[in-house]
Design a protein around this ligand. Structure first.
Ligand SMILES: O=P(O)(O)OC[C@H]1O[C@H](O)[C@H](O)[C@@H](O)[C@@H]1O
Length: 528
């Protein structure tokens, strides 16, 4: 296509949302009108499916659940008045709580104000809060947030060391929808010990965000924690940023949660329009479908040219991959769907992996996120007429062009600035896009059956570890790994047992390994 034709195509496909000042450009995705025409019936169905979902249909059939994240930002949409009330009340409760924390109405037992937050959670209970903190927290927030999003002891130590001198004024958010995920439970237990170590009553610092009635909720209730906020059954973890999961940490950091909800609502309104060309989420779904043949053949590389949006790609990684990465379609056929997502930020990545994007294996498409406003206030000229922001903008345009010249497709989402409204809108845009795409390819976007396999296998390993230690406790002589496996009745698990022993040995857990460490079968194992 020559420059004139491209300029025509750009204008033909450009989507603009006036209220949000948001543009979506899919002109560099090389689908044609015939393809769009062919997909029209699938979109009719996707729009109808979405309308049903918003009305409260059981859109997650496997888990027999409604899918209601859209109601969070427009409570009047909820199918029952009690739900509407619950959403409205929770938002009020959050604002009121954050206000009291900021003004000292609620304060720690031995200090006038809370200064820090440790937020414990994983997956959907961490990625949204992390992304939003990075994107929107003021430079000097009323409370500084620290995340424990893993069961890595060194990672936990790092956070606890950083806040050691301020633990007496540090709030702890324990976020888990199910209230039973091992990683946040471990984080909570370790943090609780740290409070006890400083003679502080953990319960006066702890806040639970979880489904009413969950294990975590029961604990928080019986121990009389500082506060509890509900997470609703009908909100999936990866779409929970606008629930208490995201709103509590955001409000505590002084982020305008009302504006975030409003931005999301405006985008939800725009992405409800049952007209492909006038609906930005449908345009995204169309582009993904076209570029990957409806089978996810191309990866999604997300490149925001703005430091504060760094974590958007990680956030989208869970949203897209956990929603779309499915073995079976809704009819039970094996389809192995999904779209791989990765990315970091521009122009930084131009000095890292953009070389491969331009010249290497063409197995991806790029999503550029462009922010029109460079910074608050004016910029100094670094060369005559040129600022740092001009460079950033030039690098984005240049990369888009260089990729297109080499048959690498790209989408560009442009927002006027990074603020609560536009971030809310971006989240909502992708929430809806995955919903439409899932409908196009006929899968359930709202369950995650595959995640269970790894969790079950991990539980088996921990059980095996207990058995192995028992075997060693009942032995006086050193044994080989194979002998231990036989005595534990797990000869088929010898490799796993070797790894358990090596881990215990390294961490001074009383296991002694003698022999050649490079030859596992030569080792003699005993307890110290
Ligand atoms: O919020 P939680 O119940 O602790 O769940 C945290 C995360 O863990 C799971 O493994 C799921 O795959 C995620 O979708 C979820 O966000």
């Amino acid at each position: 296509m020559d420059a004139t034709a491209l300029w025509q195509r750009y204008q033909q496909w450009l989507y603009f949302h006036e209220g949000l000042g948001l543009y979506l450009d899919v002109s560099r995705m090389r689908f044609d009108d015939a393809f769009v025409e062919k997909l029209q019936p699938k979109f009719e169905k996707a729009f109808a499916d979405m309308a049903e979902l918003e009305k409260g249909a059981i859109a997650n059939p496997d888990e027999n659940r409604m899918v209601g994240h859209y109601w969070l930002r427009n409570p009047d949409l909820a199918p029952y008045p009690e739900l509407t009330q619950e959403i409205v009340d929770t938002i009020e409760q959050i604002k009121d709580f954050a206000d009291k924390i900021h003004t000292g109405g609620i304060h720690p037992p031995k200090a006038p104000r809370f200064t820090d937050i440790i937020s414990i959670g994983i997956g959907g209970s961490a990625l949204g809060p992390e992304f939003v903190a990075e994107a929107l927290a003021p430079d000097f927030p009323p409370l500084a947030i620290h995340f424990i999003d893993n069961t890595d002891p060194a990672g936990i130590d790092r956070i606890l060391t950083q806040v050691r001198n301020r633990l007496a004024s540090t709030l702890v958010l324990v976020i888990s929808k199910s209230g039973g995920t091992p990683e946040p439970r471990n984080g909570m237990l370790e943090v609780k010990k740290a409070y006890a170590g400083q003679n502080l009553d953990f319960t006066q610092y702890a806040i639970a965000i979880t489904m009413p009635g969950s294990k975590l909720d029961e604990q928080a209730k019986s121990e009389n924690w500082l506060a509890r906020f509900p997470m609703f059954d009908w909100v999936g973890g990866r779409t929970s940023e606008m629930s208490a999961v995201g709103l509590v940490p955001a409000a505590l950091q002084g982020i305008d949660i009302q504006a975030m909800l409003e931005g999301a609502k405006e985008m939800d309104d725009a992405t409800r329009v049952p007209d492909l060309k006038k609906n930005p989420a449908a345009l995204l779904a169309l582009s993904w479908y076209a570029v990957g043949n409806g089978r996810g053949e191309k990866d999604m590389v997300v490149l925001p040219y703005k430091d504060s949006l760094l974590l958007f790609s990680r956030y989208l990684q869970q949203l897209v991959m956990e929603s779309l990465g499915k073995e079976k379609d809704l009819e039970g056929n094996v389809v192995h769907q999904g779209i791989a997502v990765y990315g970091n930020k521009g122009s930084t990545d131009q000095h890292a992996y953009v070389q491969q994007l331009r010249d290497g294996v063409p197995n991806f498409f790029v999503t550029f996120i462009e922010v029109l406003e460079d910074r608050k206030g004016s910029s100094p000229e670094l060369e005559p007429g040129i600022t740092a922001g001009d460079y950033l903008s030039g690098f984005l345009q240049g990369t888009r062009q260089a990729l297109y010249e080499n048959q690498r497709d790209s989408i560009t989402v442009t927002i006027p600035q990074v603020n609560s409204r536009t971030v809310g809108a971006l989240i909502a845009l992708y929430d809806r896009a995955i919903g439409y795409y899932a409908s196009l390819v006929g899968i359930n976007a709202y369950h995650q059956p595959g995640v269970e396999a790894g969790k079950k296998a991990a539980a088996t390993i921990l059980e095996l570890q207990k058995r192995v230690v028992e075997v060693l406790q009942n032995e006086t002589a050193a044994l080989s790994v194979e002998e231990i496996a036989a005595k534990a009745g797990a000869s088929d698990q010898v490799e796993a047992i070797y790894k358990i022993l090596r881990h215990l040995h390294t961490n001074q857990r009383g296991v002694v390994l003698e022999g050649n460490l490079g030859q596992p079968s030569s080792l003699k194992v005993s307890l110290a």
